[in-house]
Design a protein around this ligand. Structure first.
Ligand SMILES: [Zn+2]
Length: 330
């Protein structure tokens, strides 16, 4: 689901799975569209998107959640101006000690939060017809706080009701494992979950274990400086047979409200200009590069319910005996 509407997954193309157009770290209680000029933001961001499109990028997953500067109308304009498929999100960001969590999220239940997020999916975001393409949450390092746990429960229930994949900014390995446990309890399959920032607190075995379960391992800090270490990380997973669980991106950008012309901007070119060439030098085939940049994101962001072990649950038995109550329990 792009900001311009649904497309078949096969049309997505080379994808950056985690980037930002605009982020405003002012805090949930002070955030406002009046803090920046959207025309100026558009003008600043557009050349960066055009450049990465010219490098071969076709789809751009914008990971700024609500209360951190999500601006679906700006994304819609940028998608029209560039021809890129741009995805936006629903959900809340509980990392960074909850300063981007709106007050109502503390007061409401996980189901009430899921109701809000599902409404964005069914009705559009903030009075627009623009719908989220995934769920974005964020949690601090484990153990999960009460609010972080609630956000993941709400994300799981939103997934169950919409089929949207959950991408969660994850503080550390322990937080990743705890989120996976929450999803399992909510009967959501691991492949509905993207472990965002899996490179931080890096330790191979837990990533292999998560990938084996089906979790998407996102290496999303790619920059000129980190190309060698990230080549090593993706090679390590590829060698163990988990190329089909990997996503890559820069986590770059972005226009910063409050700074002159949005402050310093990190572009989106390194994956195409340096990282993929480095993989080719390490004898990645075209087919493997295609898997990493095209097939994996298409699969990860396909809107589809991923119920845990549904096929293992006993099917309802036709009621030769027993009453309706038993049937419902079957
Ligand atoms: Zn990010």
């Amino acid at each position: 689901m792009t900001v311009l509407g649904p497309i078949p997954p096969s049309a997505l193309g080379s994808t950056l799975s985690h980037e930002h157009v605009l982020v405003d770290f002012i805090g949930a209680d002070r955030i406002s569209r009046f803090r920046y000029d959207a025309d100026e933001a558009h003008e600043v961001v557009l050349p960066h998107l055009r450049r990465v499109r010219d490098l071969g990028c076709r789809a751009f997953v914008e990971c700024t959640p609500a209360y951190l500067g999500r601006d679906p109308r700006l994304l819609e304009r940028l998608a029209m101006a560039t021809g890129l498929h741009i995805l936006t999100n629903t959900g809340y960001y509980g990392a960074a000690k909850d300063q981007y969590v709106p007050r109502h999220a503390h007061e409401e239940s996980a189901d009430q939060l899921a109701d809000r997020w599902v409404r964005e999916w069914s009705d559009g975001i903030e009075g627009t017809r623009i719908r989220p393409g995934f769920i974005k949450t964020g949690v601090d390092a484990g153990p999960l706080s009460t609010i972080d746990r609630k956000l993941i429960e709400a994300a799981a229930r939103t997934h169950t009701r919409t089929g949207l994949t959950i991408a969660s900014h994850t503080g550390d390995t322990r937080a990743a494992l705890e989120q996976m446990e929450v999803l399992a309890r909510e009967a959501v399959r691991p492949d509905a979950f993207i472990w965002v920032h899996a490179q931080s607190d890096w330790e191979l075995l837990s990533r292999v274990e998560a990938a084996r379960k089906g979790v998407w391992i996102e290496v999303d800090n790619i920059s000129e400086k980190t190309v060698p270490e990230n080549v090593e990380r993706v090679n390590a997973l590829r060698e163990r047979g988990f190329l089909n669980r990997l996503l890559v991106s820069h986590d770059a950008g972005w226009y910063r409200p409050g700074e002159p012309r949005g402050g310093s901007f990190r572009g989106f070119g390194t994956v195409f200009a340096a990282f993929i060439p480095a993989l080719r030098r390490d004898h990645w085939t075209e087919q493997e590069v295609h898997q990493l940049l095209v097939s994996n994101p298409a699969e990860a962001f396909t809107v589809r319910g991923r119920p845990a072990a549904a096929e293992l649950r006993p099917k309802p038995v036709a009621a030769a005996t027993g009453n309706g109550e038993n049937q419902r329990r079957a």
